[in-house]
Design a protein around this ligand. Structure first.
Ligand SMILES: Cc1cc2nc3c(=O)[nH]c(=O)nc-3n(C[C@H](O)[C@H](O)[C@H](O)COP(=O)(O)O)c2cc1C
Length: 184
């Protein structure tokens, strides 16, 4: 797939077929993620991949969060758990923080670039993905599950798998609506 086409046609995918994803493909999309620009070449990203039974603790944390948020609807939490267990691959992407605020922001930005690479690489291989940023990424239980050190924080929880169906096309605002040209 051509780069322009990949960038335009990538869409967030939230429903996945149960088919497993080859480990080689997961390795490839992570490797491509790491080609993102990063200031001072610190490569501040880390990737934690969970498949199969290894997903269970994360899905259980999600279920507990849903229970806490909606105690009156226990069946909702259980349905969420089942749905989440059906996602073939979870990639938790973290950033190594930096005590200098400017560098910390640069590291975060670099990890966001890496995630976009990963999403595009997945798309180019016929996979779908969604970048999740809900409460689960800030929850202490998720940090404990991964054994994250103090200075590392989660930027995104990426769900990956084969799409159930092609997502609907969306539009973007025209360039002129978002751009100011200062022409000499
Ligand atoms: C930083 C960030 C956080 C996001 N968090 C979520 C999320 O928590 N849940 C979700 O369903 N989608 C999430 N998304 C996906 C966006 O909703 C999605 O990109 C948007 O709907 C545009 O669709 P597109 O990716 O197909 O262009 C997130 C995207 C970004 C960039």
């Amino acid at each position: 797939m051509q780069l322009d086409e990949a960038i335009r046609s990538r869409r967030t995918v939230r429903q996945f077929r149960p088919d497993p994803v080859d480990r080689t493909l997961i390795d490839e999309i992570i490797e491509l993620a790491t080609w993102a620009p990063n200031h001072r070449h610190v490569e501040p990203w880390r990737f934690y991949v969970a498949t199969g039974a290894a997903k269970e603790p994360l899905c259980a944390i999600h279920r507990d969060l849903t229970r806490e948020e909606r105690p009156e609807e226990p069946e909702r939490a259980e349905a969420r758990y089942q749905e989440l267990m059906g996602v073939p691959v979870y990639i938790v992407v973290t950033v190594e923080g930096d005590p200098i605020p400017k560098r910390d922001l640069e590291n975060y930005a670099a990890v966001c670039c890496a995630i976009q690479n990963l999403l595009l690489a997945a798309h180019g291989r016929g996979l779908g993905a969604v970048w999740r940023s809900g409460n689960v990424i800030r929850d202490a239980r998720t940090r404990a599950w991964l054994g994250l050190p103090e200075h590392e924080r989660i930027v995104g929880l990426i769900q990956v798998g084969y799409p159930v169906a092609p997502p609907p096309a969306v539009a973007r605002a025209p360039v002129a609506a978002k751009t100011v040209f200062l022409e000499g």
